[in-house]
Ligand binder design. Structure first.
Ligand SMILES: *Cc1c(COP(=O)(O)O)cnc(C)c1O
Length: 461
């Protein structure tokens, strides 16, 4: 009996749009958004997810609670500092403020004194150079992948000797031979995540990769043998998300510099994560300063990994090499926006930094917080290692602890308010407070308490 189906009485869109309560609740939203929310709720009623009587109140409530963006802020209770699925680095208060201030009109490309056009990104660049005295010049682009793409493309045909010339590309074209071979160790050709392979990125530029050595061992002689007339640069890549252990060998930046000099080739070093200087707590993680002092022409890092800033690709190095890269037409396509420049400068110039804090958490204090939480929710504390994540310090544990909950809690916590993303591991849901601001501890306890209670009720039903 189709006609008695209550779903037939779902209010029509035009009627809903005319309801005073719908109009009032949707005052801050445009028609497209309001109609989309109405359609969403009507469809939920049609499929029986909500009763027909709930259609109007649900629409009113969704219109009222619709935030500016559909991105939901989450508390990262995984213990993974740079969590790519959660937007990598959380910005510092200073960086957050800088973004708000730069949101309107700003002097990003104007000298307010003369009223003339000025260079973009000078503040961020100056901050980078102060943080990295070994760098002569710097350029900020959209992300690490863009930085690598740009560097290998722009330095093609630019030997160390001619990177300074005004138009090296043209010079090469006259002779009809733009060198196109990037020499890189077979052990460093990595896939970063979500199927993103550095190899594919570089070959889209028309470059060819000349892989040298083996997966576990590459010697300086392997690079030397591969160098030929078609070689465009030597590239060294931080393996980021994996480690080769055991019988291994690789050429370091200093050795590669010597070889590059012998053949007049540029040397590019992609470090992935972005430490400015060595961090004693991550002894094996390479840093920009050391790589530049060892002789890299260009060093590439991401802004939103260990550096703890916004998404960005930082290119630092010798003046001629950076200028060659900055002048390449691709640089315009990969440039970064004013919000990123503002946040990056603030990240570099201010001390407070959530990634840095999470990395250097006092273990005693972390345990105290964890015990307080465990007590509040009636659960146990277990040892748990945090991780840098985002390809930084692969395999290096950050010893700490977590509150152990039943695995079923994980989804309910993700869907709660606040949304909490826990680590699901070996059939357990682990709450690691390392990356959770301490000011949120009570909200976390309340959210867990709620989930445990409703789970419990479920058991008795
Ligand atoms: C992460 C990473 C990249 C890509 O950087 P994005 O900022 O994610 O684009 C490139 N190279 C290495 C070695 C990396 O670890």
């Amino acid at each position: 009996m189709v006609d008695s189906d209550p779903r037939r009485s779902i209010p029509r869109t035009d009627r809903l749009l005319a309801m005073p309560e719908v109009i009032a609740a949707g005052e801050h939203l445009n028609q497209t958004t309001i109609k989309a929310i109405i359609a969403e709720v009507q469809s939920a009623a049609r499929s029986g997810e909500i009763p027909v009587a709930e259609v109007t109140p649900t629409i009113v409530s969704r219109l009222g609670s619709r935030s500016a963006s559909s991105l939901i802020p989450v508390l990262n209770a995984t213990g993974i500092l740079v969590h790519t699925n959660l937007g990598r680095a959380p910005l510092s208060p200073a960086a957050t403020q800088a973004i708000t201030e730069a949101a309107g009109y700003v002097d990003v490309e104007m000298d307010l004194d003369s009223g003339r056009r000025s260079k973009r990104g000078t503040g961020a660049k100056a901050a980078l150079l102060r943080a990295c005295p070994a760098a002569e010049d710097a350029l900020v682009v959209n992300n690490g992948a863009a930085a690598l793409l740009l560097a290998v493309t722009a330095l093609r045909g630019s030997t160390s000797a001619n990177v300074a010339s005004a138009n090296p590309g043209a010079e090469r074209q006259c002779t009809g031979a733009t060198p196109s071979e990037i020499i890189v160790s077979r052990g460093e050709l990595i896939e970063i995540g979500a199927g993103f392979r550095l190899t594919d990125l570089m070959t889209t530029t028309g470059a060819r990769l000349r892989e040298v050595g083996t997966t576990n061992r590459t010697h300086l002689a392997d690079y030397a043998e591969a160098i030929g007339p078609d070689t465009s640069c030597l590239l060294k890549v931080h393996t980021s998300n994996f480690r080769v252990e055991g019988f291994t060998a690789s050429a370091d930046v200093g050795q590669l510099r010597t070889l590059a000099d012998e053949h007049d080739l540029p040397l590019i070093v992609d470090l992935g994560s972005g430490l400015f200087t060595p961090d004693p707590s991550l002894p094996d993680e390479p840093d920009i300063d050391t790589a530049l002092r060892a002789g890299a022409d260009l060093v590439i890092v991401s802004g939103d990994k260990l550096l703890g800033g916004p998404q960005a690709g930082l290119i630092l190095g010798r003046t001629e090499a950076v200028q060659t890269v900055a002048k390449h037409p691709l640089a315009r396509a990969l440039r970064t926006d004013k919000l990123t420049l503002a946040a990056l400068e603030a990240t570099i110039t201010h001390t407070a930094n959530p990634i840095h804090d999470a990395l250097h958490t006092d273990p005693v204090h972390l345990r105290e917080r964890t015990e307080t939480l465990a007590e509040a929710v009636g659960a146990a504390v277990v040892d748990h290692d945090g991780r840098v994540g985002g390809g930084g310090a692969p395999g290096v544990p950050l010893p700490g602890c977590a509150v152990e909950l039943p695995e079923e809690c994980a989804q309910a916590l993700r869907l709660g308010d606040p949304a909490i993303v826990a680590r699901v591991h070996q059939g357990r849901c682990l709450i690691d407070l390392r990356c959770v601001p301490e000011s949120e501890d009570q909200r976390v306890a309340a959210a867990i308490g709620k989930v445990l209670t409703s789970n419990h009720l479920g058991d008795h039903a």
